[in-house]
Ligand binder design. Structure first.
Ligand SMILES: *Cc1c(COP(=O)(O)O)cnc(C)c1O
Length: 223
C-alpha cells in the first residue's frame, strides 16, 4: 500500500473526470474515508495532501478527530446518525451527509452550537434497505427542516445500489442532480442546495460527470 501513489492516482482521475465534464477540478472535493484504517495510517494519508476526512460511524469519527484535530482538516460525518448520538459528535462535524429524517434535523437544531452544513440523503432508487428520503417524501420534509436555522441544507447525498450497472448509476446520479436543481430554484430558507455528495471508489467518475462536488473515497486510498 503506497498512500502517496494512491492519492496521486485518485486526484489525477478526479481531474480527468472533471475535465471531461467541462468542469474545474477545483469544483470537486475529495473526502478521504478513513473507516478502514487506524488513526496512525489516517495521519500518514493526511500528510500526502488531504484536506477532507470522512467517517461513517460516530465512535470512529471521534477517535480520528481526537488524533487529528490539530491538523487543518474539514470533518465529514458520512454515515447514518442515531438521534441519541447527535449530542456527542455534532459540534465537531463540518459537514453531515446523512440527514434522513425530520426528527434527526430537530435534534441537530437542539444540540448544535452553530449552524451545521448538512446533505439531505435521498433514496432515488427506492431500495428498501437504504436510508434516505424517497423523492415523494422530500417535499414535506424540507418544509419542516427549513425552519431549523442550525441545519443548513447545502445539498443532496445519494448512494447507488451495490448491484447497479454503470447505466443505472448514471441515471440515479443524473436524477439526483435534477432534483437538487429543482429545489435550489425555489430558494428555500436555510437551503442553498448548491452541493452534491455522490460517488465512492467504484463510481466517482460517473458522479463527477453528473455534477458531484463531494466524492467520498475509501477503498482506492488503501489498496
Ligand atoms: C465507506 C463509505 C464510502 C467509501 O466507500 P469506498 O467504496 O470504500 O470508496 C462512501 N460513503 C459512505 C457513506 C461510506 O460508508
Amino acid at each position: 500500500m503506497n498512500l502517496q501513489e494512491n492519492k496521486n492516482l485518485i486526484f489525477e482521475q478526479v481531474a480527468l473526470a472533471a475535465e471531461a465534464a467541462n468542469r474545474s477540478k477545483n469544483s470537486v472535493n475529495v473526502i478521504a474515508v478513513t473507516k478502514y484504517v487506524d488513526s496512525e495510517t489516517a495521519k500518514k494519508l493526511v500528510d500526502t495532501g488531504i484536506e477532507h476526512i470522512g467517517e461513517n460511524r460516530v465512535d470512529k469519527f471521534l477517535d480520528k478527530y481526537e488524533a487529528l484535530k490539530d491538523q487543518q482538516l474539514t470533518w465529514h460525518l458520512i454515515g447514518s446518525l442515531q438521534r441519541r448520538k447527535v449530542k456527542s459528535v455534532i459540534n465537531f462535524v463540518d459537514y453531515f451527509h446523512a440527514l434522513d429524517s425530520v426528527k434527526l434535523a430537530a435534534e441537530i437544531q437542539k444540540r448544535a452550537e452553530k449552524p451545521v452544513k448538512c446533505f439531505l440523503q435521498v433514496n432515488i432508487s427506492e431500495e428498501e434497505s437504504k436510508h434516505g428520503f424517497k423523492v415523494t417524501e422530500v417535499e414535506e420534509a424540507i418544509a419542516e427542516i427549513a425552519n431549523f436555522d442550525k441545519v443548513i441544507v447545502v445539498g443532496l447525498m445519494t448512494m447507488a445500489p451495490i448491484d447497479a450497472s454503470q447505466d443505472e448509476i448514471d441515471t440515479i446520479f443524473a436524477r439526483t442532480n435534477q432534483l437538487r436543481r429543482q429545489l435550489q430554484d425555489r430558494k428555500i430558507k436555510n437551503m442553498p442546495l448548491t452541493e452534491l455528495s455522490m460517488g465512492m471508489s467504484g463510481d466517482y467518475q460517473i458522479a463527477i460527470k453528473n455534477g458531484s462536488t463531494f466524492v467520498r473515497i475509501g477503498t482506492s486510498f488503501f489498496k
